[in-house]
Design a protein around this ligand. Structure first.
Ligand SMILES: C[S@+](CC[C@H](N)C(=O)[O-])C[C@H]1O[C@@H](n2cnc3c(N)ncnc32)[C@H](O)[C@@H]1O
Length: 335
């Protein structure tokens, strides 16, 4: 049974890329939809905006439950707790077709880690099968669905991917990569930083924890919840972002880290993130397309049996239509 104050840290992540039937994607921009509309639509997902920052390439929203990013062609909604982000999609598509110059969906990704308490989720989100069915109806297609499981722990990670149209050819692709770490059973000494008892404000938590040093030069927008909990978005040039969300309560601690910053090797960054948060278990996912400077990471991570104090349980690499994907499960060595 779940504790009375239980909070499901694991996020449901939606990423949608938009295009145009005539291939002239430069004529579209998701940011033509007014900011108030993006905010208003969040009611359907059962969350709200608590902070906002932007630069020329990307708008970043910190939400009551995680984050939303809007760039020229890419929309990301990442929400935790008992939120309902799939309900956001239908109204979003109506506004996209009306206001942005885009007339088709090119890529859809929906992913999440297994929930600690699926029975506490609302309707659709109690089973991945139902999530898949709902997404297929919305996008009028049949998406590819996978479940990757750790060979040693109960951790698993689910992915739904759909590419409804033939897009305009790989030669016109822009580099794209996403690295995500989903960490559980974190060190309580680190987690206490993300409480009001320890930190006077979000900036203090960002500095004291070492988050500010993970990917320097980011414009950071951070938020410390009362009495505990932390969320941050960081943005920089070329639409690069990082986002971290922390549920520090010891009984169900959870931290996620995500970035699209390209690196030819993610080994150092991943090790830095693990050392910063000290999880017992971690799921790492890496997506790269053909143009990405990060694509050699799949080979490197395939044989990376150790990352500092963390040992590989199992991993798997697979090819999607436009991306390669590696999913790895790590656990801390017994001390
Ligand atoms: C929104 S944050 C980060 C969630 C994120 N997905 C994660 O990685 O855990 C969730 C943490 O903030 C706390 N919290 C405090 N007030 C909250 C609120 N009004 N809405 C959501 N979470 C709140 C929760 O108890 C939890 O520890």
């Amino acid at each position: 049974m779940a504790a009375d104050d239980f909070f499901e840290g694991a996020e449901k992540c939606i990423e949608i890329w938009f295009g145009r039937q005539d291939g002239k994607v430069e004529n579209g921009d998701l940011r033509k939809i007014p900011r108030e509309t993006y905010e208003d639509l969040l009611k359907a997902a059962c969350c709200e905006v608590i902070s906002y920052t932007s630069n020329d390439e990307i708008d970043a929203y910190v939400l009551s439950e995680s984050s939303m990013f809007v760039a020229k062609r890419r929309f990301i909604l990442k929400t935790c707790g008992t939120t309902t982000p799939i309900e956001y999609i239908k109204p979003l598509l109506i506004y996209v077709y009306e206001f942005t110059g885009f007339d088709e969906v090119e890529d859809v990704f929906y992913s999440r880690k297994n929930f600690e308490h699926p029975e506490l989720q609302k309707d659709t989100y109690r089973s991945f099968q139902l999530e898949i069915q709902t997404l297929d109806i919305i996008f009028k297609g049949t998406g590819m669905a996978r479940c990757m499981r750790s060979s040693k722990t109960k951790d698993s990670w689910y992915l739904y991917a759909l590419h409804p149209v033939e897009c305009y050819g790989k030669e016109k692709q822009t580099p794209d990569q996403t690295l995500e770490l989903m960490m559980t059973q974190l060190d309580p000494n680190v987690m206490q930083i993300f409480t009001k008892q320890h930190s006077a404000n979000a900036n203090q938590a960002t500095q004291d924890s070492g988050i500010s040093k993970l990917l320097p030069n980011m414009k950071i927008d951070d938020f410390l919840f009362d009495p505990c909990g932390y969320s941050m978005n960081g943005i920089e040039k070329e639409g690069h972002y990082m986002t971290i969300h922390i549920t520090p309560q010891q009984e169900f601690s959870y931290v996620s880290f995500e970035t699209n910053v390209p690196q030819s090797s993610y080994k150092e960054l991943v090790t830095k993130v693990l050392k910063t948060f000290q999880p017992e278990k971690c799921v790492i996912t890496m997506f790269t397309n053909e143009k990405s400077p990060s694509k050699s990471n799949h080979k490197e991570f395939k044989y990376l049996t150790e990352l500092g104090e963390w040992q590989l349980d199992s991993n798997k690499t697979c090819s999607l239509k436009n991306h390669d994907l590696t999913v790895s499960f790590y656990s801390k060595y017994p001390s």
